[in-house]
Write a protein that binds this ligand. Sequence first.
Ligand SMILES: O=P(O)(O)OC[C@H]1O[C@H](OP(=O)(O)OP(=O)(O)O)[C@H](O)[C@@H]1O
Ligand SMILES: O=c1cc[nH]c(=O)[nH]1
Ligand SMILES: [Mg+2]
Length: 209
Amino acid sequence: MAVHEIKHPLIQHKIGLMRESSISSKDFRELASEVGNLLTYEATRELPTETAEIKGWSGDTLSVQQIKGKKITVVPILRAGLGMLDGVLQLIPNAKISVVGLYRDEETLEPVPYFDKVVKDIDIRTALIVDPMLATGGTLIATIDLLKQKGCEQIMGLFLVAAPEGIEAVQNAHPDVEIFTASIDERLNEQGYILPGLGDAGDKIFGTR
Ligand SMILES: O=P(O)(O)OC[C@H]1O[C@H](OP(=O)(O)OP(=O)(O)O)[C@H](O)[C@@H]1O
Ligand SMILES: O=c1cc[nH]c(=O)[nH]1
Ligand SMILES: [Mg+2]
């Protein structure tokens, strides 16, 4: 599995701002969307293009490049993934959206699924999963399981922050999935939170902390 930690200065700067303990929900939300946008730019760098003929402004026929083949479905994981969705859609405005809802049980840290509504033609689309946090990896593994059961064959994931433990778990379960993250942090604490991390991303985005 390919794991890309994106060291772009803009991304590093914005993730640094998000680590400030007193950050407001408004600022956290804006930055989550902005970093989601920048990660999308990086994750789509290798998308294949093909030549198409169009009629240009002067009436001449022009050869231009268009995205080729499989289309994308963006898969925000409820709740916190919604915080990155706007930024992703700014770059892929025609993407279909497949929503999955899972929360992590606070005691067992196991993912608990509670919602899914994915596009019907997911078998011919590339899924772009978005979630701010990849911690133990349980939520991501369950999401990939679900998408594959529905026929999805090509899957990428965008995460603001990822823990080494979670990356390893996902690598073992789904070695074919490609991951893009703004930061691979140090470790998980006893409660399964990422250190140094961002805290509880869902609570910060929705103001429920
Ligand atoms: O890798 P894992 O250990 O599974 O943890 C990561 C998950 O935990 C958080 O969601 P949470 O359960 O807090 O739900 P929320 O988005 O509704 O806050 C986060 O947004 C991920 O979905
Ligand atoms: O650090 C973490 C781990 C899981 N979920 C979060 O929101 N933050
Ligand atoms: Mg949460």
